[in-house]
Design a protein. Structure first.
Length: 373
């Protein structure tokens, strides 16, 4: 871990990283680090400070060498030997240890764009101008402004990681995401109470998809994420079926923790309690899934959405919205009925600030226009 004292803006600071001295500073919208290659000692700190003073004087006088070749120790050869696509590939390997497969699909898509644009470019060749050109090129690739910004954010994160690994000594992406504006996006329309009732009954009456009815009712009734309901096991349900522990999920057949990596316990309504108690009459094994697929195993959310969900909504003549909208529906109705947003966040596993940002229009205490006409 690096240790340093916060310096005034524009100055070059000396810090310790992995028991070695290095310099850190910002100039021209980029963040730079330079490894001195010496262990931390009083004498070596003096050497590092001399190098810092040299860089600072070059910045002030307009003689700063942005390639850093002027300031590098003679033993520093690693940076010139790694390509942009290779670096992001290494970053993907690092992220794969901590993110979901779905998130990794996005990283791999970004790698594809990087490979096409940068081809055989070295990391050391990427400056702010090159980064801006890549951002402009992305706008020609049939991406939304939000997708474009996320890819630039991924590159910023990659370069921040590369700084810690000493694959690079500057981050040309540091300020670029903040300059990309994403238009506000309207939240999807929640299902009305009448639509919720019709959908649940529609599943119960369907000759092909009736086995999904309890699963659909649980989604609407709890507002949990689809993966959380799919991954629910009987050991997560209290003996009297009055409470449920949400701490695991299944997505694309992969078992993992919840999206926020936090568990929560929900007190169920009497209707949901009764529904679960009836399902439990068959004495299922404690580790078996509460809502298995009709043919066994975990529900495939893609298969459920494209077959059962779409067909039932079409039969009911209800405007299509994704199954995940069951979560949005529960939250919207709870807030519209005056429920405390903090309590709603606790029930659904949201960050409170995120809930306020996304559902401000559903909160009863929102300002109202005065009647003046």
């Amino acid at each position: 871990m690096a240790t340093t004292n916060r310096s005034a803006k524009g100055t070059v600071s000396v810090e310790v990283f992995q028991e070695r001295l290095r310099l850190r500073w910002r100039h021209g919208g980029e963040r730079y680090t330079l490894s001195i290659g010496l262990p931390d000692s009083k004498v070596n700190r003096t050497v590092a400070q001399q190098k810092a003073s040299q860089i600072q004087l070059d910045v002030i006088s307009g003689n700063f060498d942005s390639t850093l070749k002027k300031y590098k120790p003679r033993t520093s050869t690693q940076i010139a030997q790694i390509g942009v696509a290779t670096l992001f590939g290494k970053f993907c390997e690092y992220k794969a240890k901590s993110v979901s497969d779905k998130t990794m699909e996005k990283y791999r898509a970004t790698l594809g764009y990087i490979t096409r644009f940068f081809e055989s470019d070295w990391v050391s060749e990427v400056d702010v101008s090159k980064a801006e050109k890549f951002a402009d090129w992305l706008s020609t690739q049939d991406l939304s402004s939000g997708q474009r910004k996320r890819r630039i954010e991924e590159l910023r994160a990659c370069w921040n990681w590369a700084l810690t690994q000493e694959f690079t000594e500057k981050n040309p992406w540091i300020e670029l995401p903040g300059r990309l504006k994403v238009p506000p996006k309207q939240m999807p329309k929640p299902f009305s109470r009448e639509e919720v009732h019709a959908i649940i009954q529609g599943f119960r009456a369907d000759r092909y998809y009736y086995r999904y009815a309890d699963y659909v009712e649980f989604l609407f009734g709890t507002g949990c994420r689809t993966g959380e309901a799919i991954g629910l096991r009987w050991r997560h349900i209290s003996d009297d079926c009055s409470t449920v522990w949400i701490g695991e999920s299944i997505s694309r057949g992969v078992h993992r923790a919840t999206k926020t990596n936090k568990a929560r316990t929900i007190t169920l309504t009497s209707r949901l309690q009764t529904m679960l108690a009836i399902r439990r009459q068959d004495n299922p094994a404690v580790d078996s899934l509460v809502f298995p697929a009709p043919k066994g195993g975990a529900i495939d959310d893609h298969n459920f959405r494209n077959r059962a969900w779409k067909k039932v909504l079409t039969k009911l003549d209800i405007d299509y919205r994704k199954p995940y909208n069951t979560r949005h529906t529960l939250i919207s109705h709870a807030l519209a009925q005056g429920m405390n947003p903090v309590e709603v966040a606790q029930l659904t596993g949201h960050d409170v600030q995120t809930l306020y940002e996304n559902y401000a229009g559903s909160v009863n205490s929102r300002p109202r226009l005065p009647e003046i006409a």
